[in-house]
Write a protein that binds this ligand. Structure first.
Ligand code: GDP
Ligand code: MG
Length: 390
């Protein structure tokens, strides 16, 4: 019976089955229940139920669940949207909930006390940091008194204000991170990627590895987050698709051991990049920072300059709160760059300003979605254009 239902479901799909139920006078609801059972068996759920007792089910927030690779794969086949549009769409919440609202307040005849208050509130909600918010409000109070200071003037004032603060730091990004330099082929560049659980490390590494292999680079990835087996499998899928070699943990390995092994493998095959995924939380009582510090230092036994980059992944939703976290990572690991993910899910994309300013570390990459094309170099002009809708 189940086999019969299964084959009908496979052939017709759930909607057609409901229609069939109506036609036979059995009612679509009853038929949908039956179809649901058929779907359950057809999708292999029975196998999953049988295998459940063997699985370690880890409770974690939604944002930590691995990316739906098949969905991403399907999206990739859909027409490619240019980066400038993706970025604009990704920053649309920040624009509509903060920066766009600010623009409406300027009509060229000064600011009332209520308007000033509104501006301060908006700037605080944007998470650009108290110091920048105060400086900005003060500057705006003076500027808004100019006769021709309208929305357009406000936008260019803001653009220059933010650019002046970020450009000196942003200019420090190493181009090796974006563009595989063929003249340096075989000189293994080591990129260590760190951050709290769920920030987007593993998926970002998958995207980065894809971009670099597409440029002709030979990439080795080390799965040093040895605790979360599902995350390691997820990384494996990304690496297989990207054509990158992945080094997995041997049973019982510690994270620094996997990093060491990955670099050893990368050096032996003259790989161009060795990217290390790390843990964001430890299952032991060991201190995460100490463990990461160890993982970083052990690499120097193989190459005194490794890692060439230590990138901290920050989820834009964390906003200002990310600063303290980021300072901890920076103290132990001496960060060389930041990757700012999930700007599409937050109105706090402006927090990039305060994070970059307080750490004095540039943003190397920005993420505005789950597909490979949603991760790109952080270009300050593009970012400000999109944030302020210039
Ligand atoms: N919307 C959106 N989701 C993202 C972005 N970057 C990562 N994610 C999702 O965030 C979740 C956690 O990512 P993961 O790489 O596993 O985080 P990790 O714990 O730091 O390794 C996954 O579902 C990712 O698809 C982004 O830029 N936008
Ligand atoms: Mg991970």
């Amino acid at each position: 019976m189940i086999q019969l239902l299964q084959s009908i479901y496979d052939t017709l799909g759930i909607e057609q089955l409901a229609n069939l139920g109506d036609l036979l006078g059995l009612g679509s609801t009853l038929f949908l229940v039956v179809a649901g059972v058929a779907q359950f068996f057809s999708s292999g759920a029975s196998e999953r139920v049988h295998s459940l007792p063997d699985m370690v089910v880890e409770e974690k927030p939604i944002s930590e669940t691995p990316a739906p690779i098949e969905k991403v794969e399907q999206e990739r086949k859909v027409a490619v949207v240019p980066w400038s549009e993706r970025l604009k769409k990704g920053l649309s919440r920040s624009r509509s909930q903060v920066w766009g609202k600010l623009g409406n307040l300027f009509q060229g005849n000064g600011l009332t006390d209520e308007q000033l208050e509104e501006i301060e509130e908006l700037l605080y909600s944007a998470d650009i940091g108290p110091q920048t918010a105060t400086e900005l409000t003060e500057a705006l109070t003076v500027k808004s008194k100019e006769a021709d200071f309208g929305e357009k003037e406000f936008k260019s004032f803001l653009y220059n204000f933010l650019k002046d603060r970020l450009a000196p730091i942003q200019n420090e990004v190493d181009p090796d991170l974006y563009q595989f330099n063929k003249s340096e082929k075989g000189k293994t560049k080591v990129i260590m990627v760190v951050g709290v659980n769920g920030a987007g490390k593993t998926t970002t590494i998958g995207k980065l590895a894809t971009k670099l292999t597409q440029q002709g680079a030979n990439v080795v990835v080390g799965a040093c987050d040895t605790f979360r087996a599902a995350a390691v499998d997820q990384l494996q899928v990304w690496c297989d698709r990207a054509g990158a070699t992945m080094i997995r943990a041997k049973e019982g390995s510690n994270p620094s051991g996997v990093g060491y092994e990955a670099l050893q493998s990368a050096l032996s095959q003259n790989a161009d990049y060795c990217i290390l995924d790390t843990a964001g939380r430890l299952h032991t009582k060991d201190n995460l920072m100490e463990e990461l510090g160890k993982s970083k230092n052990v690499l120097k036994k193989l190459d005194s300059e490794a890692p060439h980059h230590v990138l901290l992944v920050i989820d834009a939703i964390t906003g200002q709160n990310a600063i303290r976290q980021a300072e901890e990572f920076n103290k132990t690991l001496n960060l060389t760059g930041l990757i700012f993910t999930k700007c599409d899910g937050s109105s706090k994309a402006g927090s990039a300003v305060s994070i970059v300013q307080s750490l004095k570390v540039p943003i190397a990459y920005i993420g505005v979605g789950e597909s490979v094309e949603d991760l790109n170099n952080f270009n300050l002009d593009e970012y400000l254009d999109a944030l302020l809708d210039m």
